[in-house]
Design a binder for this molecule. Structure first.
Ligand SMILES: [Zn+2]
Length: 1011
């Protein structure tokens, strides 16, 4: 293999030299296009150039664009800050150093300007660096005003002639973002050098880019994670013989998922990049990643394409992508390709901000070594295989350096910038056309608007959803009076004749709908209608789709996941309803009525939990049954507050979208106290991302918790002394019991510390630390969790931690089945309320949409050990072979017929009733009070799919989705769905919050089986 690899390398080397030679004087580019070549009159920085050559491991891993560095008398090269050239081995700059260099450039050159674009969760700065001609940079505001007219064609009355005039004058903006994924470390140095080249190089090829457009660069997107990664790399350099800790935290909350936040907009980095992109009216957002050899332009990707993007954009993807491949192929650089395995369905990626805001989304995967070491890299066969879209594949085995990676990144970007500039009038016109088509959406494909009715009982969640849309730069309007719209006429489904007859008898479907004054209207005749449409609409991923491995989630419908009413309106008359633009969304809140006791209806608004923790001294009780008071109806779980003044309560609810009603006397309804539980959130040292979404949700709701690791659990013998509720959110990382309990392998090697030292000052931030990441929960930890539950604690688990809890016997009477064909890939599914009297269900209705990603298939048993006894042979539910028709009783010759006893029946989600046979001296029968209590189950097979992909759904249909298992004096609450995910699932948050608030009354309303 190695010999073959070497032979391959040699052949390629000579081919590359040939192509480099032929490049010099050839006309490889189209008519009138400037060939990439340096300006022979401009001196070269010889020392810097020599190092570029030294650190490039093969002559064909570079290009005529980056194999030299032009010299400048007054502008410092990256060496000024790095102490070596960009991409040098052993050098990874902190974000601060990158910024320092960019600001040196700004000082030395009128062609560079640095802008601060916001802060991260940990308070670090994010920047954007503009590089262009001094004239362009002087006229930024004027140019922005031009671009703004193209971005919002309503300002020029959709006048194409006017647009053409602006297109002819405007200078486009190409926005590049680096290192959102912290272990992908190469972009910052590549972007430092790119900024230098764009500012200094006098070759016609670069000059055209500089004069013709504005290149905008955010060199580090995940700044918190970058600084941690550089820390780790420094640790690695000073302990070269040791293993180094994996980067378990990137940003404060999430790792890789920071590139899945462009829908929910929960993270600061997403908000800052979106504001920069939209604020600059940029045409392109190009995000740099490093996980595929050697340059995968996954812009075009694979099907299915997101259904809401404009086909003009998908054509642009192909144009730019293939041109990129073509240019770099001509340079003789192997392993450059587009298409590939990435499907372009989910709009959650950072670069998709551009796709959803009328620009061009782009993404590179180059090849990184996760640090600045030069390494021998061996590829998998599918990586070096030649395919239709990868005619010049990467080599099976190479020595690869950070400089090689920087060469690819810079060459790709420079050819992209040049091609974009050559065709900027086309792309600017397209930018306008895509915006115009967004504005004309109601009359074209529709819909005309989405309406969120004023009478939605969940005003706070409605406001939260609208705020997400506002972060997305979507305009929100509000009806100033009631209005009526026509409803779309549904085609009758192809049903059986009998059913049709029945439907005819039923009341005719309404043809109009009236919305009250104050309803929110999201007009689709606005420039950013596309993102609102994509978030609020439904998704359908066909099980027959040729794409069998969705890259990410397949469904996300925000109204469903936020549990907020959203109506898609196709009737264009909705746009004539009297309305006004809304700047700030404020859900109605306050106290009304007279009295010293206050009632707040429970609609499962997460802000109820916020209120409980805010009003520490108030006495709050939950009603165990619905009641009426002061002429108002209150649902189960409604709050009754005492020991709080009207003024205090008014102040507390004002930001929470809650309405309290004062009553003079305590209503006669059974209640229990709602206490502010002492809460712990447990994480592993395997992965912290999935639980990171839980942390940020609790943080935003103002719910305090201790953040402890499985190692800490193993050290606290009396968890009950500190906590009432322990959340153990999903781990991810394929974490089975072996990994969770044993932790990372420690048979050899050194401890992996995660702590702040002079060498690693940024690792911990305000998160957790340990001397050694390797140990897991351990058997002590298992025992502590078990004793915590036995002594009255509540343990809440979801998806893989539910499997974990069951596999180590923390709860009895629940088993997990193996899926055979089921594929529920990040989908929105239907669930149904089973036990509305459970406090976990307070505020919920019969139907609830939830996020599911192949959740565990729970089955219940009334017999300890999970499954009931298996008899010999399979169960028999039909009549045996014998006399008569199928419905007839059989006979036995020579004796009178006997009545067959009725077989006890139960639904799939229920605990099967205990039979008399099972009762005989059977200590394995779980006492009724200890049996699992199902709160929600998955919907029937036909109702399971709400959005996304559901294949083989009958395997999980009707099975329990949320189960409360009484264990000793406490409870284990198991979720098959993931209730807290990516800031997108506010509608299911309260299943968790209700468990927390009612931790010592979870058995309320429970009906027990007779035996
Ligand atoms: Zn990445």
């Amino acid at each position: 293999m190695i010999r073959n690899g070497k032979a391959c390398v040699n052949i390629l080397r000579s081919l590359a030299l040939l192509s480099l030679l032929s490049m010099a004087g050839s006309a490889a580019f189209g008519d009138g296009e400037t060939a990439p070549a340096r300006d022979p009159k401009q001196p070269v920085d010889e020392a810097y150039t020599a190092k570029i050559h030294k650190y490039t491991t093969q002559p064909f891993f570079t290009s005529p664009l980056v194999d030299y560095l032009p010299a400048s008398k007054n502008v410092p090269t990256p060496e000024a800050v790095l102490g070596d050239v960009a991409g040098a081995p052993g050098i990874l700059p902190y974000a601060e150093d990158v910024y320092k260099y960019m600001r040196l450039l700004e000082k030395a050159s009128p062609r560079v300007k640095v802008f601060s674009i916001g802060k991260t969760e940990e308070g670090r700065e994010m920047i954007a660096v503009a590089v262009s001609s001094p004239e362009n940079l002087k006229n930024l505001d004027e140019n922005r005003a031009r671009l703004a007219k193209l971005a919002d064609p309503r300002t020029i009355k959709l006048d194409d002639t006017e647009a053409d005039k602006i297109v002819a004058q405007a200078v486009p903006v190409y926005y590049i973002t680096g290192t959102i994924h912290s272990p992908e470390t190469g972009a910052p140095t590549a972007l430092m050098e790119l900024a230098y080249r764009l500012a200094v190089d006098e070759s016609p090829y670069i000059r055209e880019i500089r004069d013709g457009m504005i290149t905008l660069i955010t060199p580090v997107v995940e700044v918190d994670g970058r600084d941690r990664m550089v820390d780790i790399y420094h640790w690695h350099l000073s302990h070269p013989q040791d293993f180094y800790p994996p980067l378990i935290y990137w940003g404060k909350y999430v790792a890789h998922d920071n590139n899945r936040d462009a829908m929910g907009m929960t993270l600061k980095l997403t908000e800052n990049v979106l504001n920069t992109y939209v604020g600059w009216k940029a045409q392109v957002l190009h995000d740099l990643h490093e996980s595929v050899p050697y340059l995968y332009d996954n812009t075009a990707g694979d099907g299915p394409f997101n259904a809401w993007v404009d086909p003009i954009l998908t054509d642009e993807w192909e144009m730019i992508g293939w041109r990129n491949v073509s240019d770099m192929t001509k340079f003789g650089m192997p392993g450059v390709f587009t298409h590939g395995v990435f499907d372009t369905w989910s709009p959650g990626y950072l670069m998709f901000i551009a796709a959803m805001h009328n620009g061009i989304s782009r993404l590179y995967e180059t090849f990184g070594n996760g640090g600045a070491d030069t390494l021998k890299r061996t590829l998998d066969p599918q990586e070096y295989a030649r395919t239709w879209y990868k005619q010049n594949p990467p080599l099976p085995e190479v020595l690869w350096s950070q400089r090689d990676n920087n060469n690819y990144e810079e060459t790709g970007l420079l050819t992209s910038l040049h091609y974009f500039n050559e065709n900027k009038r086309l792309f600017l016109k397209n930018f306008y056309l895509k915006a115009k088509r967004s504005v004309t959406k109601p009359a074209a494909e529709g819909p005309a608007a989405y309406v969120l009715p004023a009478d939605d009982p969940r005003a706070d969640s409605q406001a939260e959803l609208l705020r997400v849309l506002q972060k997305q730069a979507v305009e929100i309007s509000r009806a100033t009076s009631a209005f009526t719209v026509a409803l779309p006429v549904k085609k009758p489904a192809k049903a059986k004749k009998e059913k049709d007859e029945k439907e005819k008898e039923a009341a005719p479907a309404p043809t109009t709908r009236e919305f009250p004054a104050g309803s929110y209207i999201i007009r689709m005749d606005q420039p950013y209608s596309r993102i609102a449409d994509a978030l609020l609409d439904y998704q359908y991923w066909s099980p027959d789709d040729p794409q069998k491995t969705p890259y990410d989630d397949t469904g996300w419908t925000f109204g469903e996941l936020f549990r907020v009413q959203v109506t898609r309106v196709t009737d264009p008359k909705v746009l004539d309803a009297p309305m006004e633009r809304v700047k700030e969304i404020r859900a109605p809140a306050g106290v009304s009525g007279e009295g010293t006791i206050f009632a707040i209806n429970n609609n499962a608004e997460p802000s109820l939990a916020t209120l409980r923790y805010k009003l520490r001294d108030a006495s709050i009780e939950a009603a165990e049954e619905p009641f009426e008071s002061g002429g108002k109806k209150f649902s189960r779980g409604s709050f009754l507050l005492r020991n709080v003044t009207r003024a205090q309560l008014n102040d507390a609810v004002s930001g929470l979208g809650l309405q309290a009603i004062a009553v003079s006397a305590m209503p006669s309804v059974k209640t229990h106290p709602v206490r502010a539980a002492r809460l712990a959130l447990v994480h592993t040292w395997l992965s912290t991302q999935a639980e990171g979404w839980w942390r940020i949700a609790l943080h935003n709701l103002g719910i305090p918790y201790d953040y402890i690791s499985t190692q800490t659990v193993s050290k606290i013998s009396d968890l009950n002394a500190k906590y009432d509720v322990i959340l153990f959110p999903p781990v991810g990382f394929f974490a089975g019991p072996t990994l969770v309990i044993n932790g990372l392998p420690s048979a050899w090697g050194n401890p992996l510390p995660w702590k702040n030292t002079p060498e690693t000052p940024n690792l911990v931030g305000k998160n957790d630390s340990t001397d050694d990441m390797r140990p897991g929960l351990g058997w002590d930890g298992v025992e502590h969790l078990q004793s915590f539950v036995q002594k009255g604690g509540v343990l809440l688990t979801a998806t893989d931690t539910s499997r974990f809890a069951l596999s180590i016997g923390l709860a009895d009477g629940v088993s997990v089945g193996n899926a055979q064909k089921m594929k529920v890939v990040g989908s929105v599914v239907g669930t149904r309320l089973v036990d509305g009297a459970s406090p976990i269900a307070y505020g919920y209705d019969e139907k609830l949409s939830a996020y599911c990603d192949n959740g565990p298939i729970f089955s219940l048993s009334s017999i300890s050990g999970g499954r009931s006894f298996r008899r010999l042979g399979g169960p028999m539910h039909t009549r045996p072979t014998g006399r008569g028709t199928m419905d007839d009783p059989d006979f036995t010759v020579g004796r009178p017929n006997v009545e067959v006893p009725e077989e006890p029946k139960s639904e799939i989600w229920e605990t099967p009733p205990v039979t008399d046979e099972q009762m005989h001296n059977n200590f394995r029968v779980i006492p009724p009070a200890d049996r699992a209590r199902v709160i929600f189950r998955y919907a029937d097979s036909k109702d399971l799919l709400i959005s996304g992909l559901v294949e083989g759904g009958d395997e999980i249909a009707q099975h329990p989705a949320v189960v409360d298992v009484p264990t000793g004096n406490g409870h284990v609450v198991l979720f098959s769905i993931n209730p807290v995910y990516r800031g997108e699932t506010r509608g299911t948050y309260s299943l968790v919050l209700n468990t927390i608030l009612n931790f010592d009354s979870l058995n309320a309303g429970r009906k027990l089986a007779e035996k």
